[in-house]
Structure formats: structure tokens, C-alpha cells
Design a protein around this ligand. Structure first.
Ligand code: IVH
Length: 686
């Protein structure tokens, strides 16, 4: 691998020919290292070295866009957000599999294969066994080695074009290692268990609805419109077959096993757990072995797939009603059992979402006694028509909370259970927020209060040192604080009885509570924990509306019409200020002496060059630090964005810019350099 240093920082000096050559070299080098890192899991250079090469390539590509190769690793960045997906017709239909749930059913499959092929019952068929991945089926099209289109399975005939999203998945090569003219690779996109868990934890913190399982999370991540989000979701892809293909040279395949090796050698990711077996009983053994290690796998599987190995025989067997006769999914079955719903409890999470939980007649599912199962939300209950008294099918898979799959027979209540209109925790009215039912009493609902107080006191909000999760738990449990305002009404001595709380720590806490009264207005607004109002939106709200009174007065339309806010956030802010209990808490905060101050705004000249205009910075400026440049804009009433959006006014580009630059180019945004930026700020106040 050529890593010559003489090209570093010399993008402007080299000749076109050399640039083209170096771009090609870097593209190959970086693709090779990506392959080693993601596919072989055996990197041979450090992340630092990789980033350095990547920067060199980005610099050159910016200068010489005409030489950017289609398989450039820089193309893994998100790209534009689309309005909707276009449709893709599959050349060869994407079939589904027949299921078998027992040894008997698998033996029956084997018997049918033999009957159809005219084999004697005692003869052994060669099968190839694979894991059955529990994710989302996709098709990847490669033309002259290059990944050109990716789509979902859809109904098997027509899927959706999700090329931009699939490009962000590191286990999908952008260029094949073999000279293949045309191939449609089929496989499954998955989210591993660890990423699924942390994604849901993150969503819980942000007050978003949770994904029911890794399959839904993978599917949601692929079927959404911003590739940047897909990129952050850590998805993986395993290939298991091909559709149409055309390969000029001799390197073809005659069996399923050879096909998998062929794909592997072409740089396509396949899972290692593949087994060639002689006869169906060896396939059943493979199933038993996989069942043993299932829980220890990093991703979810729901069984194995047994495929006739010989492709000529596969062709002979053909298909029947959308499933091939040559393959069967042997699925784990012990994970579903039937039970009765004794009751439905509604719990209120830290972010106010009401979650219905079915209380079940205890049932043993795969060795674990299950007494509760999630019903997710009202939509799911309605879709499955679930109520108390129904006999239902319950599923437990991996680490995921058991869920009710479907109703087996309806009980005496009939119909579908309805979530209460009032919060079961505090009695205030419940608002429907997308798929979620939510209690809006964010500042005083006992079920939400601990989370609200910890957020209020956190470093980036009111910064009350010493008021972490453990102390808050104790204070709330002892009834010493019921909402965030109570923090300011604690008296000396209140804390003395608390475990682990000495005089010194009490003194420290009172000092930091006192200090927090004098805080900037945007941090105060952020501290209130209004749904969807992070630091950036809090800052915008203060800029647009001045103070709490101003924000409170604005109606949904006014809020939503402001740049950077939008309808969902606007509605959430509006609802927050319509609730008496929230208003009372804010009043008590002010009464206790909390008096947020507004940052000095040098110029509110609404006709100025910067007021109300949005800016984003990428790369290093010569004469300003990033903080200085941003402060100049903010002080003049401008808005600083952190991610590229369609409506941005200016993209300020310094040296070594990141992927924001590429996205800005794609979206045709106004890109300016440091000199242009200086000209703009010279006009402030003029
Ligand atoms: S082969 C013609 N192999 O299962 C055969 N499918 O119910 C088509 N799946 O839509 C599929 N792992 O999404 C095959 N190793 C595997 C698989 C697999 C998971 C999924 C695939 C397909 C569904 C069929």
C-alpha cells in the first residue's frame, strides 16, 4: 500500500494527472483497509493513519471532483435527505421460505425433495445449512464491480430504492474485489443486540418511542429518509444468495456452498457459520448446535435455513407459491407459548410515555417463566385487537422484553383495550404524540419527576453539582422534593439524615443551588426539559421570543414557523406551557430567586447581514477559533447549525473541512470561504 507523504497538504500544487493517480491509489488503499477492518476484522493500520489518508483523499476530491471514483469511501457519507423512496422492480422475484417448526416437519421437507427428484428414500441429499438472520431482506446490484443500487425486498416483486442508506453500511462493499460484470446480491440487514440496546437507551432519554426488537430497528433505520441516521445505527449485512448475474470469465459456481465462497472472495460479507451436510439428520444436528449458541451470538437469528446444495437440483425443484421447493427455514419454536391476559397495566416512563403491559398467567417460554409482556402502544393494541381476558400468543426472543404476538381467542371483554385519557401516575390529561400516549405533566408527575430533576440539575442545564441520580432518588423517595422548584426550598438540616450525606456535602449542595439561580436564559429553558427542546432549540427560543413570557404567548403556528423549530417541536412547546402545573413550577422557581439572564446581543439590527440567518462551519479558520466565529454570529442574532439542512443560509468552509462540505455541495447550498465570511461580518450593524 502506497502511503507516500509527499502528497500531504499539497492538493493545490500537483498536476491533474498526478491527482487522478493519487485519488485512485487512495481509493484502493482505503477500500482495502475498510475491508480488513469490517469484513476480516483484522486491521493493519491505526484509525489515526486511516483518518489521515481519508483526509488526503477528501482534499483531493474536493479540488478534482472530476476524478472522484464511484467506489470512493467518501461516498459512504449520508447525502441528501429524500422526500420518499422510489420503487425498484426486482429482475428475479425475491422469494420467501416455507417454515418448519419441528424435526418431523423438516423430515417431511426432505422426503418431498427426494420424491420430486425421484431419489430413493434412503439416499442422502447434500444440503447447505445457514443461519436464518432476523432482519430485513435487501438486494444489492453491482455493475462492473461497482455498487449501483440497493433495494428492500418489498412484496418480493417491487421494493424501495434505499441505495443511499445501504451505502452507509460498512459491511456492504462499494466495489467488488472480483471482476464481475453484473450481479444482484441478496442478503439480510441486521442490527446487533448491543447497538439495539444502546439505541433504545438513547431513545428513552430523548423521549422517543422504543423499537420493539432489533429487526424493527434495522428496518426502521433502512426505511427512513436521512442516510446520516442510517450511518449512526451500526447496521451489518450478511449475504445469502444471488438474483440475476453475468460473469464473463470462468469463475462461476455450481453449488450453494460454492456460491457463498464466490461471494466471500468478491468481498461480500457472509457469515462464518455455514455447514455442508450429507442428509437431513446432519442438518438437524446443525440446528441443535446453533440452538445451543443462539443466545451468545451478537445478533438475532430465528432458526436455520436448509438449502439443497446443488444448483442444478435447485433449478429442477423450482418453486411453489412464492417459496422455493429446495429450501426450508427450520425455526426455533420454543420461544412462543400461549397464555391468558389477566390484566393490562399502564406504566408511565421517565419521559411520560404510557406503556401498556399485559399481565399474564405465568407461562414457561424456552426455560424462562414469563408473567408480563409488552403491548407497546395503542396502535399495536388496536392492530392486534387485544384486551383483558384474551388468550394470546407470547414471544420471548433474546434479551428483548416478551411481547404479545397475536390473539388466539377473544375473551369476554371483546374489542381492544383503550389507554386511559388521564395519567395513571398523576391524573393529568394524556396527549397523543405520534404513536405514543404521553403525560405532559413533565415537571410534577411523580413517574417523571426523578428524570426531570436529574436533567434540570445536570451540568449543561442548571449545573447543580452534587445533585446526581442517587441523591435525587433519595430526595424524591423521602418526599423532600416533588418537582424541580422544590430544590430551591430545601432547608439546611433537611439532608442531614440522608445516607452518605455529611455536613460538607450539604454545604456544597446549597452553594451550588444558590449559584445556579444566576444562569443564562437558554440554559434555563433547556433545563425545563420540554420535550424535543435540546440546547440548540432552547437557544433559538430565547433568540426568537426573548423570555418565558414571550415563549408562553406564542401559538403553535408562530412557534412552528420559526427557522429550525418546525411543527412537532412547536406543538410540544405549546402544550408544555398550556399545563397549569408547569406554569406553577416555573413561577415558584422565579419566586425562589432563579433569575436567568440574557446573553448580550451586540446587534439586534433586524435588517443586518446576519440577523436571523443560519450558518454552519466546517474545517479550520485561520483568524478565528470555531467558538469565536460562532459567537460573532450568535451575538448579531444569527443562528448556528450543527448539521447540514436544506434551508441553511451559509456554509463557511475553512481548511480540512469534513463531510458537511460534501453534503452542502450536493444540496447546492451557499458555500463561502473565510474571506467571504469576513466581508459578511463587516456588514453587521451596517
Ligand atoms: S434464502 C429463495 N437464506 O428469510 C430463498 N433467507 O422467509 C430466499 N433470511 O426474505 C431466502 N436468513 O429475508 C435465505 N440464510 C438465509 C436467510 C434468509 C434470513 C430471510 C430472508 C427472506 C426470509 C424468507
Amino acid at each position: 500500500m502506497n502511503k507516500s507523504a509527499d502528497f500531504d497538504d499539497t492538493a493545490s500544487k500537483i498536476t491533474e494527472e498526478k491527482a487522478k493517480q493519487r485519488i485512485a491509489e487512495l481509493t484502493d488503499t482505503l477500500n482495502y483497509h475498510n475491508y480488513r477492518y469490517y469484513m476480516l476484522e483484522d486491521p493493519v493500520i491505526s484509525d489515526f493513519e486511516f483518518d489521515k489518508l481519508m483526509r488526503e483523499l477528501s482534499d483531493l476530491e474536493r479540488k478534482y471532483p472530476q476524478f472522484v471514483r464511484q467506489d470512493s469511501p467518501s461516498k459512504r457519507v449520508g447525502g441528501a435527505v429524500s422526500e420518499k423512496f422510489s420503487q425498484v422492480k426486482h429482475n428475479v422475484p425475491m422469494l420467501s421460505l416455507d417454515n418448519a417448526y419441528s424435526r418431523e416437519e423438516v423430515l417431511e421437507f426432505d422426503a418431498k425433495v427426494k420424491r420430486f427428484l425421484g431419489y430413493a428414500a434412503e439416499e442422502n441429499i447434500d444440503y447447505e445449512c445457514e443461519l436464518k438472520f432476523d432482519g430485513l431482506a435487501v438486494e444489492l446490484v453491482y455493475k462492473n464491480r461497482v455498487f449501483v443500487q440497493g433495494s428492500t425486498r418489498g412484496d418480493g416483486i417491487t421494493g424501495e430504492d434505499v441505495t443511499a442508506n445501504l451505502r452507509t453500511i460498512n459491511t456492504i462493499p462499494l466495489m467488488l474485489l472480483k471482476d464481475i460484470n453484473y450481479i444482484e446480491v441478496r442478503g439480510e440487514v441486521l442490527m446487533d443486540k448491543k447497538s439495539f440496546k444502546s439505541l433504545n437507551e438513547e431513545r428513552l432519554k430523548e423521549g422517543l418511542s422504543l423499537f420493539a426488537n432489533p429487526r424493527n430497528a434495522a428496518s426502521g433505520s433502512i426505511r427512513q429518509l436521512d442516510p446520516d441516521i442510517t450511518k449512526r445505527r451500526n447496521l451489518i449485512m450478511f449475504a445469502y444468495g444471488v438474483g440475476d448475474y453475468f460473469i464473463k470469465d470462468e469463475s462461476d459456481f455450481n453449488t450453494q456452498f460454492e456460491m457463498m465462497n464466490f461471494l466471500k472472495n468478491a468481498g461480500i460479507n457472509i457469515n462464518k457459520k455455514i455447514k455442508l451436510v450429507k442428509g437431513i439428520s446432519e442438518a438437524v444436528n446443525f440446528f441443535d448446535d446453533i440452538a445451543e449458541i443462539r443466545e451468545s451470538l451478537p445478533f438475532e437469528i430465528d432458526g436455520i435455513v436448509i438449502k439443497v446444495n446443488d444448483i442444478k437440483l435447485q433449478k429442477k425443484l423450482g418453486e411453489i407459491s412464492k417459496s422455493p421447493r429446495w429450501a426450508v427455514a427450520y425455526k426455533f419454536s420454543a420461544k412462543q407459548e400461549s397464555s391468558d391476559i389477566i390484566d393490562i397495566e399502564v406504566s408511565v416512563g421517565r419521559t411520560g410515555i404510557l406503556t401498556p403491559v399485559a399481565i399474564l398467567k405465568p407461562v414457561n417460554i424456552g426455560g424462562v417463566v414469563v408473567k408480563r409482556a409488552t403491548l407497546h402502544n395503542q396502535d399495536e393494541i388496536d392492530k392486534k385487537n387485544i384486551n383483558i381476558g384474551d388468550k394470546v400468543l407470547v414471544e420471548r426472543s433474546g434479551d428483548v422484553i416478551p411481547e404479545v404476538v397475536k390473539v388466539i381467542s377473544k375473551g369476554r371483554h371483546g374489542g381492544a383495550f383503550k389507554l386511559p385519557a388521564f395519567c395513571p401516575c398523576c391524573g393529568s390529561s394524556v396527549v397523543i404524540d405520534g404513536a405514543a400516549h404521553r403525560c405532559m405533566n413533565e415537571l410534577a408527575c411523580p413517574c417523571q419527576i426523578k428524570g426531570a430533576i436529574v436533567h434540570f440539575a445536570s451540568k449543561r442545564a442548571m449545573d447543580i453539582e452534587g445533585l446526581g441520580e442517587k441523591i435525587v432518588d433519595k430526595l424524591v423517595e423521602k418526599g423532600l422534593i416533588k418537582n424541580v422548584a422544590d430544590i430551591y426550598y430545601l432547608k439546611r438540616g433537611d439532608l442531614s439524615g440522608l445516607e452518605g450525606f455529611g455536613e460538607k456535602s450539604e454545604e456544597n449542595l446549597f452553594n451550588s443551588v444558590e449559584k445556579s439561580k444566576n444562569i443564562s436564559y437558554d440554559r434555563f429553558v433547556y433545563a425545563l426539559g420540554i420535550r424535543h427542546v435540546g440546547e440548540h432549540i432552547a437557544d433559538l427560543l430565547v433568540r426568537y421570543f426573548g423570555d418565558i413570557e414571550g415563549i408562553k404567548k406564542a401559538d403553535i403556528e408562530e412557534l412552528s414557523s420559526k427557522y429550525g423549530i418546525g411543527e412537532e417541536i412547536g406543538r410540544s412547546i405549546y402544550n408544555f406551557f398550556r399545563l397549569d402545573s408547569n406554569i406553577k413550577v416555573i413561577k415558584r422557581l422565579f419566586d425562589a430567586g432563579v433569575s436567568p439572564y440574557k446573553a448580550e446581543v451586540q446587534s439586534r439590527n433586524e435588517n443586518g447581514a446576519v440577523y436571523g440567518k443560519s450558518f454552519i462551519f466546517t474545517g479550520t479558520l485561520k483568524d478565528f477559533t470555531r467558538g469565536e466565529a460562532e459567537n460573532i454570529i450568535k451575538a448579531a442574532g444569527g443562528i448556528i447549525e450543527k448539521t447540514i439542512k436544506k434551508k441553511l443560509d451559509y456554509v463557511v468552509v475553512g481548511s480540512d473541512p469534513g463531510s458537511k462540505y460534501d453534503k452542502a455541495v450536493k444540496l447546492n447550498l451557499k458555500i463561502i470561504n473565510e474571506d467571504d465570511f469576513k466581508k459578511i461580518i463587516d456588514k453587521i450593524d451596517k
